[in-house]
Ligand binder design. Structure first.
Ligand SMILES: Cc1cc2nc3c(=O)[nH]c(=O)nc-3n(C[C@H](O)[C@H](O)[C@H](O)COP(=O)(O)OP(=O)(O)OC[C@H]3O[C@@H](n4cnc5c(N)ncnc54)[C@H](O)[C@@H]3O)c2cc1C
Length: 489
C-alpha cells in the first residue's frame, strides 16, 4: 500500500529546484530545505516527516558522549520504494542522509554533523522470508534482535549475535556489531548473507544478488562485507538476510573467580586451545565485578572473574565443563557458581549486560564512555595489566569488561562531562589505549565502529594506501559525500 503511494507521489513530482552540482553545503535561507520537506511530505505524508525539536534531538544522539547534533528533519519511510524516493530528493538538493536504527551506537554515528535528513527506519519492522529448513531469514531494517528472537520462538531457531542493547539488526550490520556470543557464533560479518541497499542517488541493489541466500559464495567481490561496518557512509541498508542457528539442546552458565588477570586470561587461552566450543567467555576485572555486585545485589568475590556459557547436548556439556573446570583449577580459579535453569542464567547474564549501568552507578550524575580495542589473544594479559596501571596512574574510573575469547575488551570510562580536565585525561587515556592495541598488532575498535571519534586512529591502523582505497570506494558510491558525512573517513 505504502509503496503504491510512493509510485503515485513520484508521478506527480513536486517542483524541485536542482542545486548546483559542486555545492557541498546547502543553505536554509535559500529555501532548499523547505522545498525538500514539501517533496518528502509528498512521498511519506505529513506523519512520515518530523521537524519537532524533541524528535530531531532524539535522532541526533546515540549512547556515546559525543555532542548531539540534531538533523534538520527526520523522515520515517515505510518501504524501500519510499527510502529510494526520499534519497533521490536528498540527492537532488544535496542534503546529507543519516540512517538511524535504534540509536544505541557508542561512537556518535548518528550525529548530524552537517545537518541534513535523518532516515529513521523504525517503521520498516517486518520479518520477511523465514526459511527454517535453510537456517536463514530476511528482515527489514527496523527489526531488533530481540524482536527477531521473539518471532522465532517455537521454531527451534535463534539469532545469537548479542550486543547487549536491543539494537536494530541493520544497525548491527552497519556497525559490524558482535558481543558476548561472538567467540562461538562470529560477528555480524560472518552472519549476514545478503543486504538490500539504497545508495545516495536512490538506486537500489542487493549485495549478493536479489533473493540470493547461499551459505557460502565465491562469486565476485564481497559487497556484503563492504557494507557490513560501513556505518551509514555508503548506503542505507533496507533489508538483511541473516544466518540462523538451532537452539542448543542444553545451555549452562557459570561464574569463576581468579587470583589475577593473568590467571583468568591464561585460562581463556587454554580453554580455546583445547577446542572447547565455548559459547561465551566474558572477563570482568575486580572493579567491574564490584560494581556489578552493588548494582545487582550480588556477592561474587571482588577479583578478576570469568562469566562462561556452554551450549550443546547434555553429553557434550559434561565434557566441555569438565575440561574447563580442570583448566581453571590449574590456573588457581575458584569453584564454579552454576546457573542451569533459564531464570538463573538470565539473572547471571543480566548482571553482565548491566555492566554499563553498573559502571555509571559508581559515580552518579556522570556519563559513561566505552573504549573498544581488540588484540591477538596472546597479548591480552599484558594489555589489560598495562591499561589498569594507566587508569590508576591517571586517577580515572574505568572498570574493564571484555569478550576475552576474541581478545576484545572495554574500559567503561565514567567521567564528569562538565570537567574539562577529566574529559581531556580520558581522551588522552583512550588514545594511549588504542595505540597500545595497535602496537600489539590489534585494532582500535573490535565492534563499536569508528564513527566520529576514531577517524585519526583508523588512519594510523590502516595506513595511507588502504585509506586511499577506502576514499576511492566512497567517492565511487557516493560522489557528493551525502551519506553520513564526517564519519569513519
Ligand atoms: C549498554 C550497551 C552495550 C553495548 N554493548 C555492545 C557490544 O557488546 N557489542 C557491540 O557490538 N555493540 C555494543 N553496543 C553498541 C550498539 O548496540 C551497536 O553499535 C549497535 O550495533 C547499533 O545499532 P543501532 O540500531 O542502535 O544503530 P544506531 O545507533 O542507530 O546507528 C549506528 C550507526 O549505524 C548506522 N545505521 C543504522 N542503521 C542503518 C541502516 N539501516 N543502514 C545504514 N546505516 C545504518 C548509523 O548511521 C550509525 O552510523 C552497546 C550499546 C549499549 C548502549
Amino acid at each position: 500500500m505504502a509503496c503504491a503511494l510512493v509510485r503515485s507521489a513520484l508521478r506527480r513530482k513536486p517542483p524541485l529546484q536542482p542545486a548546483g552540482a559542486d555545492r557541498r553545503r546547502y543553505s536554509l535561507r535559500s529555501g532548499t530545505l523547505e522545498r525538500a520537506i514539501a517533496a518528502f511530505r509528498s512521498v511519506s505524508g505529513d506523519e512520515g516527516v518530523s521537524l519537532g525539536e524533541a524528535v530531531r534531538e532524539q535522532h541526533g544522539r546515540d549512547e556515546s558522549v559525543h555532542k548531539c547534533r540534531p538533523p534538520d528533519v527526520v523522515v520515517f519511510p515505510r518501504c524501500v520504494e519510499e527510502v529510494s524516493a526520499l534519497a533521490k530528493i536528498c540527492h537532488q538538493y544535496q542534503l546529507p542522509i543519516i540512517p538511524f536504527g535504534t540509536g544505541t551506537g557508542l561512537e556518535g554515528g548518528v550525529g548530524a554533523l552537517k545537518g541534513g535528513v535523518c532516515f529513521s527506519l523504525r517503521n520498516m519492522d517486518e520479518v520477511l522470508d523465514l526459511h527454517q529448513e535453510d537456517f536463514d531469514v530476511t528482515v527489514e531494517p527496523g527489526v531488533t534482535r530481540k524482536a527477531l528472537n521473539s518471532y522465532l520462538r517455537g521454531t527451534g531457531l535463534w539469532f545469537p549475535i548479542d550486543p547487549g542493547a536491543d539494537a536494530s539488526l541493520c544497525g548491527m550490520a552497519a556497525t559490524s556489531a558482535s558481543g558476548t556470543n561472538a567467540v562461538r557464533y562470529g560477528t555480524m560479518r560472518e552472519n549476514v548473507l545478503n543486504l538490500e541497499v539504497v545508495l545516495a542517488d536512490g538506486s537500489v541493489f542487493h549485495t549478493a544478488g536479489r533473493g540470493r541466500r547461499p551459505r557460502k559464495t565465491s562469486a565476485g567481490y564481497n559487497l556484503t562485507n563492504l557494507f557490513v561496518g560501513s556505518e551509514g557512509t555508503l548506503g542505507i541498508l533496507t533489508k538483511a538476510t541473516l544466518r540462523l542457528y538451532g537452539i542448543p539442546e542444553s545451555m549452562v552458565s557459570a561464574v569463576c573467580s581468579f587470583p589475577s588477570v593473568q590467571a583468568a586470561v591464561d585460562s581463556t587461552v587454554q580453554i580455546l586451545q583445547t577446542g572447547v566450543p565455548i559459547a561465551r567467555i566474558e572477563f570482568l576485572d575486580d572493579v567491574m565485578i564490584g560494581a556489578c555486585n552493588r548494582f545487582n545485589s550480588l556477592s561474587y568475590p571482588v577479583t578478576p572473574t570469568l562469566f562462561l556459557e556452554f551450549h550443546g547436548s547434555s553429553k557434550s556439556l559434561e565434557e566441555q565443563v569438565s575440561i574447563t573446570e580442570e583448566i581453571t583449577r590449574e590456573n588457581g580459579g575458584g569453584d564454579f557458581a552454576w546457573a542451569e535453569d533459564e531464570e538463573m542464567r538470565a539473572r547471571l547474564w543480566k548482571a553482565r549486560h548491566d555492566a554499563w549501568y553498573a559502571a555509571q552507578a559508581l559515580r552518579p550524575g556522570c556519563k559513561a564512555y566505552s573504549t573498544d580495542v581488540c588484540v591477538p589473544l596472546s597479548c591480552l594479559p599484558q594489555i589489560i595489566v598495562e591499561t589498569k596501571e594507566d587508569l590508576m596512574r591517571n586517577h580515572l574510573t574505568g572498570p574493564i569488561a571484555g569478550h576475552v575469547g576474541d581478545g576484545n575488551f572495554h574500559c567503561i570510562m565514567v567521567l564528569d562531562p562538565d570537567d574539562p580536565d577529566e574529559v581531556q585525561r580520558v581522551h588522552e587515556f583512550t588514545e594511549r589505549l588504542a595505540r597500545r592495541a595497535l602496537a600489539m598488532d590489534g585494532t582500535c575498535t573490535g565492534e563499536h565502529g569508528v564513527g566520529l571519534g576514531k577517524r585519526t586512529l583508523l588512519r594510523e591502523e590502516l595506513g595511507p594506501q588502504a585509506m586511499e582505497v577506502m576514499q576511492r570506494l566512497k567517492a565511487t558510491l557516493d560522489p557528493k559525500n551525502l551519506m553520513n558525512p564526517g564519519k569513519v573517513l
